[in-house]
Design a protein around this ligand. Structure first.
Ligand code: G3P
Ligand code: CA
Length: 327
C-alpha cells in the first residue's frame, strides 16, 4: 500500500513538472502542432515590449521610403528554377536586396522553399507538400521543368537541383543577404509561424542586434502577420493584398494595417498613381508584385512605390540607374 502511494506521488510530481513547462505552450491542431511543437510566448525571442519599437527604424536603412527595394521574386527566377539555391545564388549575384522565399511545410514539419501547395508544377512528381515527408521532397528534381519550359535559359546543371529547406537557404547565404519570407496557407499549418521564428532566432536573424529589415515577413493572411507581430514585434511585416479590380483601401483599413505592418504588397496591375500617393502619405511602404517589364517598373517608380518584386533583379537595377541618371 505504501509503495503504491509512493509511486502515485512520484507520477503526480512528474505530471506537475510537465504541466508547468506548458505554461508558455499550447498544442496546435495540425500534425506539426502536436508533441514537441510548442508555441512561444509573446516576445520571448528578444524580450521586447509589445510596442513596435523598431518601427522608427523604418525611416532609415533598408526600410527607408526613399529607396526602391529590389526584391528577387523566388530568387532570380527569370534565370533559374524558382526557389532553388541556383535561383537564390543568381539573385545574390545580381545584387537583389532581398531573396524572396515562399514557405510550405512538409508532412514531418519542415519548412521548405516552395510557392505551390502541390509539387507538380515545379518538380518531377505530384502530391501536396503537406502529405510528403522531407526525404520524399528532397528526392525530387526541381529543375528539369524549368529547362523544358524555358529552353533559352536552360542549363544541364538545373536538372540536379532539389527543393531546399528554409534552413538550407539560410545556411547557404547566412547574414550576407536579406530575406523576404512569405507564410503560405498558414491557416492549414498552425505551427508555421513558430517554426519560422525559431529558425530565424537560431540563425541570429532577429533581435536587438540585427539591422531592421534584415528579414521581412509577408503574408496574404492577416492572422499570420498578427501572430508574428505578437510573438516577434521587431520584424517588419508586409500585408499582401490581391486586388481584383482597382486598388482601394478605406481609412480604417489603412489604420488597421498600420497597427501591425510597415506596408503592403499588391498586384501591380491594380495600382494607380493616386493610390500609391495616398499610401505613401499614410506612411506605408508599397511593394508591387511581380513586375518584369522595364516600362512597368519605371511607371511604378514614378508613382512612388518603395520596392518591387521581380524575377529579373538586373532589369530593375537598370531602370533605377537610368532614372537616377535622368533617363
Ligand atoms: O509575395 C509577393 C508575391 O510573391 C505574391 O505572389 O503568388 O508570387 O507568392 P506569389
Ligand atoms: Ca511570394
Amino acid at each position: 500500500m505504501e509503495l503504491r502511494m509512493y509511486l502515485f506521488a512520484v507520477i503526480c510530481f512528474v505530471l506537475l513538472l510537465m504541466s508547468g513547462c506548458g505554461a508558455e505552450a499550447r498544442m496546435t491542431t495540425s500534425a506539426c502542432g502536436s508533441g514537441a511543437v510548442a508555441t512561444m510566448a509573446p516576445n520571448t525571442l528578444t524580450g521586447m515590449t509589445t510596442d513596435r519599437k523598431n518601427f522608427s527604424a523604418a525611416k532609415t536603412g533598408l526600410l527607408s521610403p526613399n529607396r526602391i527595394l529590389n526584391i528577387a521574386h523566388r530568387g532570380a527566377s527569370g534565370y533559374a528554377p524558382e526557389h532553388t539555391l541556383a535561383s537564390y545564388q543568381k539573385a545574390k549575384e545580381l545584387d537583389g536586396d532581398y531573396l524572396e522565399i515562399d514557405l510550405q511545410m512538409t508532412k514531418d514539419c519542415t519548412l521548405v522553399a516552395m510557392h505551390d501547395e502541390d509539387v507538380s508544377r515545379t518538380t518531377n512528381s505530384d502530391g501536396k507538400v503537406s502529405d510528403l515527408s522531407l526525404d520524399a521532397i528532397e528526392a525530387l528534381d526541381a529543375g528539369t521543368w524549368f529547362n523544358d519550359e524555358y529552353p533559352y535559359q536552360a542549363e544541364s546543371a538545373f536538372s540536379q537541383l532539389t527543393v531546399p529547406t528554409l534552413e538550407e537557404v539560410i545556411d547557404t547565404f547566412g547574414s550576407e543577404v536579406n530575406y523576404y519570407i512569405e507564410t503560405k496557407t498558414p491557416s492549414e499549418e498552425p505551427a508555421m509561424v513558430d517554426t519560422l521564428l525559431r529558425i530565424l532566432q537560431k540563425h541570429h536573424l532577429v533581435g536587438e542586434d540585427v539591422p531592421s529589415g534584415k528579414v521581412i515577413i509577408q503574408s496574404f493572411s492577416k492572422n499570420s502577420l498578427l501572430e508574428v507581430h505578437q510573438k516577434e514585434p521587431s520584424i517588419p511585416l508586409i500585408q499582401l493584398i490581391h486586388f481584383r479590380k482597382k486598388a482601394m483601401l478605406t481609412d480604417p483599413e489603412v489604420d488597421e494595417i498600420k497597427s501591425y505592418a510597415v506596408g503592403i504588397g499588391a498586384n501591380y496591375e491594380s495600382l494607380s498613381k493616386e493610390f500609391v500617393g495616398e499610401l505613401r502619405n499614410d506612411g506605408l511602404l508599397i511593394h508591387p508584385y511581380t513586375v518584369n517589364e522595364p516600362a512597368d517598373m519605371k511607371r511604378l517608380i514614378d508613382w512612388g512605390v518603395t520596392g518591387i518584386f521581380t524575377n529579373y533583379p538586373d532589369r530593375l537595377h537598370d531602370v533605377v540607374d537610368g532614372m537616377e541618371g535622368g533617363g
